[in-house]
Design a protein around this ligand. Sequence first.
Ligand SMILES: [Zn+2]
Length: 366
Amino acid sequence: MPPHFTPSPNSASDIDHDVRTTDALLLDAGLVRKLRGNAAGVTRRVRMDRAAQEMLSKADLYHKAPAPRVAANGVHWLAAARWQASGRGTTPWLWNGFSTRQGGASRAYCAEDTPGELNLGFTADDDREAVSTNRRLLAEAVTGSADTPLVTIRQIHSNLLVQAPAADEDRERPRKADGIMTDEPGLLLAVQTADCIPVLVADRKRRAVAAFHAGWRGTVQRIVETGIGRMRIEFGSQPEDLIAAIGPGIGACCYSVGEELFSSFESQFDYAADLFHEVYDSDPIRTRYPMLFLTQRAPGHSPIGPSLHLNLVEANQRQLLAAGLRPKAIQSIGGCTSCDSELFFSHRASHGHAGRMMSVIGIKPR
Ligand SMILES: [Zn+2]
C-alpha cells in the first residue's frame, strides 16, 4: 500500500516532510533516491562564481520552439516528434500533444482585432463556453474526435498522484493532484500550464500513460520521480520501457528566481548547482555604460546582473534519469513560454493575466 501523500506545501518543512514521504514510496517501488553528497562543504558562492565565469546571457539558454502543426479545425499544436515518426520503436498506439495559444474561441487574452485563442483553463477572466469549445477543439486536433474525454486534475503544486477515474466515476469534477495516469484506452489525460513544465510519460510494453505538472514546488518534491515510482506499482512499469516528453515551459533564459529556491533544491539534489545559472543582462547599453544605471538599484545589486536562473527542464530531465529512463528515451520539445509569448501563454510574461495550455496523452482505443 503506497503511503498517503499530503497536498501542497508552501513552507520548507512541509516540503521536507513530503520528500520523506516520497522517499518511502520510492523505496517501496524499488528505487533508491540518490542522496546529496559531494556538494557539502562547497559554498553556494563558490559554485555560483564558477557558473558566473561562463558569462551566460539569456540567448545562451534559450531553446527554440519547433514550428507547430495546424489542425483542420485551426488549432496550432506540438507533438513529440520522436513519438510521431514512422519506423521501428515508435508508438502508433499513443495520442500526445502540447497545445499553443493559437487557434480557438477565447477572447480574454488577445486584442480585439485578432483571431480567437486556445485558452484551455477555466480562468476567472474567460468565458466558460469558449474554454469548453477549445477543449473539444484540442481533443479533435489530437485524437480526431471532439468527443474524446479529456481528464483533468485540480493542480496544487504537490506530488500527489491519481489514476484516471473509471467510466462509472465522475470525470467532470477534477481531483486534486499534479500527476495523473491510466492504462485505460480512449481517454486523454491533461495537465494545464502557463510557465510550469508539463511532462508526459508512456510505457511502451504495458501501454500505460501519465501526465505530470512540474512547477518549482512540484519539482523539488519530485513529482516526476514519484510518479514513475507509482507507475511501477500500479502497472508494473519497468523504467527501461518508459519514454518521456518534456513540454514547453518557462526556459532557463527567463526563469529568474530568488536565492531561497537554490537552498530548497540544494537540500534535496546533489546536482542542484547544475540546475542554476547566473545570467547577465544582455542589454548592450547597460553592459557598456553600467554607470548610467548604477543609481537605479539598491547598493549591492548590480544593474547588469547577474541574476539567478533555474532550469526546470533540466531538473525534470534529471528526475527521469534518476528514475531509470534511458537518456535516449527522453525528449524535450523546446520553446520558452516567456520568450515565445505569441505562441504560448506565460503567467510571468503577462504578469499573471494568462490563459492555460494543455499537454495531453492517451492510449488509442483498439
Ligand atoms: Zn525565455
